[in-house]
Design a protein around this ligand. Structure first.
Ligand SMILES: *Cc1c(COP(=O)(O)O)cnc(C)c1O
Length: 392
């Protein structure tokens, strides 16, 4: 293995990336295309919730094959409004191995998260564990973790059996497919994010996809304070409108999505084959019937087989100039904001959270960059005990 590894900088080797390799570079389309797209709205003084927002909604609805897409100011706001539309009260069964905003949206609606464990290889919610919590629950929330579909048809069956709605946190999932069906059309609503670290970027923004007319109507009202147009607000909504400026950027970014996905998949495949010979490095498992976006390329480090821990590896990578993220550590039930809902053990989630690290993956990364990142990982494995001694 040391043949393909390079001496880690933490042991005195030359840094693999002396100028640093960032974790993410937002995929921004050319500015002149964005301004050209924006100009007609801008010059009419139409700055929010106008024709560009309508066009973004229509284009994404057609792409996803859903009846409605409602654009909102963020995925978090979209989740908050989806819960407002669908879940009047009760507990929401959901993973802890997700981003904090999934649980925040639940708590902002005065609903209580009930955390289920995750799977060690896919990192998706453990549906058997979730099924055991559904008695008396008000809803099910499932995240498509890192852009890989979370068995959405099984999730739908589980929710239907319990007679409760299901909302997908699809923040990472724009461009993913399960058995040939686009992520976006499952459950009662699926919510995407357009923030700079995601696949399609608006600066800030979100998209809620639903096939339910009543949910779409509630979302449209809800993003506008709960106002259907007569200023007699029907419920306590938000200002969660998407601006025309954000929609112009999102439309140009959306036009690049297919090329972007092809590049990400090629780079992920490159990572997978290059990492394969290194013991103790487990790439997120994606089932053959699924197409993921690889929103994050996340591996789990088994300290026994790899020779040292995730934390030591992360420190060594940083010394080589490589920026990473520990998504999702701490898991939500271990965060101070949701400590009150941490009422049962989640052994797999706790272990996986200590093992995961997301490596750089973005459009402007080259296969040679991937090789260099992997060579550092291989070098850390080859000299694991020496690295562990200095990385304290
Ligand atoms: C980014 C993210 C969100 C929040 O998206 P915003 O658009 O920033 O509100 C929610 N859930 C997951 C899983 C995310 O990664």
């Amino acid at each position: 293995m040391s043949a393909t590894g390079r001496r880690p900088a933490i042991l005195g080797g030359a840094a693999a990336f002396p100028d640093g390799l960032p974790f993410v570079r937002p995929p921004v389309p050319p500015l002149e295309r964005v301004t050209a797209r924006l100009a007609p709205s801008y010059e009419r003084g139409m700055l929010t919730n106008g024709p560009l927002v309508r066009e973004l909604e229509a284009r994404t609805a057609a792409r996803l094959g859903v009846a409605h897409v409602v654009a909102v100011s963020s995925c978090t706001a979209g989740l908050m409004l989806a819960f407002r539309a669908l879940v009047p009260s009760g507990r929401v069964v959901m993973p802890s191995f997700t981003f904090s905003a999934s649980a925040h949206a639940v708590a902002w609606n005065c609903l209580t998260p009930r955390f289920a464990d995750c799977e060690p290889d896919t990192f998706q919610v453990d549906l058997a564990d979730a099924a055991g919590l559904l008695d008396g629950a008000g809803a099910l929330l499932v995240t498509h973790v890192f852009g890989a579909p979370a068995r959405p048809d099984e999730v739908e069956r589980l929710a239907a059996g319990a007679g409760i709605p299901v909302i997908f946190d699809a923040a990472h999932g724009l461009g993913a497919f399960h058995c040939g069906r686009a992520i976006g059309g499952f459950g009662d609503a699926e919510v995407f994010s357009l923030t700079p670290t995601k696949l399609v970027v608006a600066g800030e923004g979100g998209l809620v996809a639903t096939n339910r007319d009543d949910v779409a109507e509630s979302l449209r009202m809800g993003r506008d304070y709960g106002n259907p147009g007569d200023y007699d607000t029907r419920f306590v909504g938000l200002n969660a409108r998407l601006s025309e400026l954000h929609a112009a950027l999102a439309l140009e970014s959306l036009a690049e999505l297919d090329d972007h996905l092809v590049t990400r998949r090629a780079l992920a495949d490159h990572y997978i084959s290059a990492l394969a010979p290194i013991p103790g490095v487990r790439v997120q498992r994606v089932d053959p019937e699924d197409v993921t976006t690889w929103k994050d390329f996340t591996v789990a480090i088994d300290p026994e087989a790899f020779g040292t821990t995730r934390d030591v590896l992360v420190r060594a990578l940083r010394t080589d100039g490589i920026d990473t993220r520990n998504y999702f550590d701490p898991p939500v039930h271990r965060q101070q904001s949701h400590a009150a809902s941490a009422d049962r053990p989640l052994p797999v989630t706790e272990r996986v959270a200590t093992e995961v690290v997301s490596l750089p993956l973005y459009r402007s990364l080259s296969p040679a960059d991937v090789d260099r990142v992997v060579a550092v990982v291989a070098g850390v494995h080859a000299e694991a005990s020496a690295v562990a001694t200095v990385a304290v």
